[in-house]
Design a protein around this ligand. Sequence first.
Ligand code: ZN
Length: 346
Amino acid sequence: MPLPCGAASAHFDAAQALVDYRLGKEPMKRLGYAGSRRAAWCVALIAGCLGACHRSEPEQGPVVEMQASKTQQPVQKQADKPQVPRERIREPAVAGSFYPRDPAELTSQVDGFLAQVKPLGIKGLRALVSPHAGYVYSGPIAATGYRQVVGLDVDRVVVMAPSHHVAFRGVAVPDADAFKTPLGIIPISAAAHQLAASSPFVVDSEPHREEHSLEVQLPFLQRTLKQFELVPLVFGRVDEEQVAERLKGLVSPNTVFIASSDLSHYRPYDEAKQLDQFTVDAIVRMDVQALSPNQACGHSPIVALVHLAQALGWKAQLLDYRNSGDTAGDRSRVVGYASIAFTDGK
Ligand SMILES: [Zn+2]
């Protein structure tokens, strides 16, 4: 099989073998980047975000029952679903692998993660950095962030996610009107289509078709928010500062931004913690120069978010850091996950 990243490296073979083993398929077919830095980036993506984003095996689901809570949303009923033609819906790509396909099982798992988190009383929450591995690995860390949006008056969510399957320039908005998960339909905001009308945003469904890093955020949002619209953005190669400049127009008291990213990939536990601490510190102090794609697969979404936060005077704080060695994996090769909140200080 050709090396799609141009990386003549044993690491790629190992990563690909892992991907094939864990997911039972061959992703990354269309990646075409060349050059050492891009190659390293691709290897990191393959090794970490596909290989590490393991299946969500039912036996590893939480056993903690969700506390009865008025803040939790019921599963969307059929009658509540917006009427969107089937061909205009982006169907779930990783239900049954990254998270349960069964709505009741998915609800139970997400609610179980959320029930283990206390609200932190964060004021002026505007954005989160959130991980995107299989739920048994990163779900508890994602829940730490999403628990903080419960009760907020949010009706629009901008999810910024990296591309793991398709190499392209710009930020892709799908040619669709809604996203679907086992928990229901989420309408795509008209703001997404307005963004896509001009560069660096583009209308392109292909980067979205198999992408997990955006999709896995959605069930958490569906369980923590009331009705909301989605601005689904998959990042290719792009000037993040330019993206942030455009995203300023979407900032409102009722809009939350999510930057989807995992951290270090397949390092020993202690080494990962050390490297991820450096990465988290750089994000919190908003030092984009200290961040590289090798540290976080969602480098571009994070950097765009940091530029946005700097422009608006937001502050960042770490809510949770754990890695797969803390949740459901062995400690010899772990993937790091962080939940980081950005607030407007109001
Ligand atoms: Zn990833």
